[in-house]
Ligand binder design. Structure first.
Ligand SMILES: *Cc1c(COP(=O)(O)O)cnc(C)c1O
Length: 419
């Protein structure tokens, strides 16, 4: 079906109804002015051209109104986070009540664990994937320690089987059915950052809940990449950053999801600040704390507007295009990428990401024989931007917002040349 020629790749771009979007992003260029082949939108998404105006608007209003900008700005800062909620909720398949944009990802995971990691003497263990992102692992270990448990003993790793790279859901099922009485929390990456495997969130929720464990999902590699249908999945909570697939700029704020079933539970333990206090009485000052329902009930501080302006810009683009169209293109783009890689006659590389499009997002993880990191260096020298993840993987993410079929074709030509 696919063909491994430049003409064919260009033909696919012509037929692609989303190809116009590329021009709405700043694509980094080499010294000769040629676009980089940028495959690291899974690490830092590119900048939408319109983001500058969104941020400029807030700078102008700050200059013009000072503190009055909280009410007088074109987009008043007081409720500014609310402008993001609906579009963000749509991207992750949640109800607006369940979602808020605040803080950064690891911070949100901690705040969520304040509420959803409530260990007892006998039920205290936490399950993560063995290839969990380091920040998640450190966060979980520090929570165990904070509650007085041994972080080694209290951590259960869901591992791929010997000789395999991917996780099997039935192995999680076995862990929870055997040790569920001791497990308080499952905290799992919805799309694994290393392998690109997209897990079945609904199954994970069912497995955890069958043994009264809370279930949380890190969606750093899912938000803006796949359509996780968070509400429907039934997971208790989730968090994700917005600087990867959501193109909102380095270190930008994160998303948080708490399922509706917990939205009105004022009894959940949580940390408090003025921003999760009832907004009707927030400025009456000497009021006793009265927590807001839903995701907003986890905020602490008034948020950084300049960063939120960049998120607004990005969400407006996502809203215009829709995850459905993006996902359709993504499956084709990554499918073409996989096809081309499989044409290379070599045993030096192997794609470890699932080949079933339903079990992955756009990223392909290419395992390099003998952990030969020089291949990644050489790609970079040729302006093919990918990233190397220890021990032996080059991660490549063709992003449907701005990568083209031609990018994919050219990238694989370079790779083939190096092999
Ligand atoms: C990118 C990423 C992080 C980064 O966390 P920050 O708090 O935003 O620095 C954490 N976890 C996962 C799974 C990630 O992919």
């Amino acid at each position: 079906m696919y063909k491994a020629t430049l003409e064919y790749a260009q033909q696919l771009d012509k037929e692609d109804q989303l190809s116009y979007l590329r021009d709405q992003f700043h694509i980094p260029k080499d010294k000769e002015g040629n676009d980089w082949l940028y495959f690291t939108g899974n690490s830092l998404g590119l900048q939408p051209k319109q983001t500058q105006q969104y941020i400029q608007q807030e700078l102008d209003d700050w200059a013009k109104f000072g503190v009055e900008g909280h009410f007088e700005a074109k987009n008043p800062w007081m409720p500014y986070h609310e402008f993001l909620t609906e579009k963000m909720a749509t991207i992750v398949g949640a109800k607006p009540l369940e979602v808020v944009v605040m803080n950064t990802l690891t911070t949100n995971l901690h705040l969520l664990m304040v509420s959803f990691y409530q260990p007892t003497k006998t039920k205290y263990k936490i399950v993560i994937e063995s290839d969990a992102f380091p920040s998640d692992r450190y966060a979980v270990q520090s929570q165990l320690k904070f509650h007085g448990f041994d972080p080694e003993e209290g951590l259960i790793e869901w591992k791929p089987r010997e000789g395999e790279e991917l996780l099997r859901i039935e192995d999680l099922e076995q862990i929870v059915s055997e040790q569920g009485d001791e497990i308080a929390l499952l905290l799992i990456g919805g799309v694994n950052y290393y392998t690109g495997q997209y897990l079945d969130l609904k199954r994970i929720a069912e497995i955890g809940h069958a043994k009264d464990c809370f279930v949380g999902i890190d969606l750093a590699h899912g938000a803006g990449n796949i359509s996780p249908e968070l509400h429907e999945s039934g997971v208790d909570f989730a968090a994700w950053c917005t600087y990867k697939y959501l193109n909102s700029g380095p270190g930008s704020l994160a998303g948080l999801f708490v399922h509706e079933k917990h939205a009105y539970n004022k009894g959940l333990p949580r940390f408090a600040g003025w921003w999760n206090h009832n907004k009707e009485t927030r400025f009456n000052m000497r009021q006793p704390f009265d927590v807001m329902p839903g995701g907003e009930g986890w905020q602490l501080s008034n948020p950084p507007i300049l960063s939120m302006a960049a998120i607004r810009s990005s969400l407006d683009l996502f809203d215009k295009v829709g995850m459905k169209a993006l996902r359709e293109k993504s499956e084709r783009l990554t499918g073409y990428f996989e096809f081309l890689i499989n044409q290379i006659d070599t045993d030096r590389i192997k794609v470890i990401t699932p080949s079933n499009p339903k079990e992955r997002g756009c990223q392909l993880s290419i395992q390099v024989k003998n952990a030969d990191k020089s291949l990644h260096h050489k790609l970079t020298e040729k302006n093919v931007i990918t990233d190397w993840r220890e021990p032996d993987v080059i991660r490549c993410a063709p992003v449907p917002m701005y990568n083209s079929f031609e990018d994919v074709f050219r990238m694989v030509e370079v790779l083939k040349g190096l092999l």
